[in-house]
Every structure is written in structure tokens, then in C-alpha cells.
Design a binder for this molecule. Structure first.
Ligand SMILES: [Cu+2]
Length: 75
């Protein structure tokens, strides 16, 4: 699991093709308890999720992305 100081989880996500996808991924993740902010880079497919590890675990973040129909390509 790729975490860096500041509790940011970085995931490479496939299936995002437009700003609508960016908005839905952002909405899916900000709806999770413990997620502070979400940054999505459409061009390279990176999603950065600033979160409180005591309240949300990385598996739940990945599941939310996949439940939305996107693929988590890296952990
Ligand atoms: Cu789209």
C-alpha cells in the first residue's frame, strides 16, 4: 500500500475518460467517512486520497472506486 506522510493514498485508476468520471470518482470517495480530500489527475489516471487511517482503510477506498465501475491498477 502506497502511503506517504500526511496519510495520502495514491492509486492508479483505470476507466476514467472524462471530467464526468473525475467527478464521480471524487464523489464516491468524499462520501466515505474519514476521507479529507480527493485529488484526481485525469491525464495520467492518478487518484490521491487524503484520509484518516483510523477511520477508513485503504481496502474500503479501493472498493469504493471499483464499486463505481473503475479499476484500481496499482495498490
Ligand atoms: Cu467519463
Amino acid at each position: 500500500m502506497n502511503t506517504v506522510p500526511g496519510n495520502v493514498l495514491e492509486l492508479k485508476v483505470g476507466g476514467m475518460s472524462c471530467m464526468g468520471c473525475v467527478a464521480s470518482v471524487r464523489n464516491l470517495l468524499t462520501a466515505l467517512p474519514g476521507v479529507a480530500s480527493v485529488q484526481v489527475e485525469l491525464a495520467d489516471g492518478w487518484v490521491r486520497v487524503e484520509h484518516d487511517p483510523a477511520r477508513v482503510d485503504p481496502a474500503a477506498i479501493r472498493q469504493a472506486i471499483e464499486a463505481g465501475g473503475y479499476q484500481v491498477l496499482s495498490a
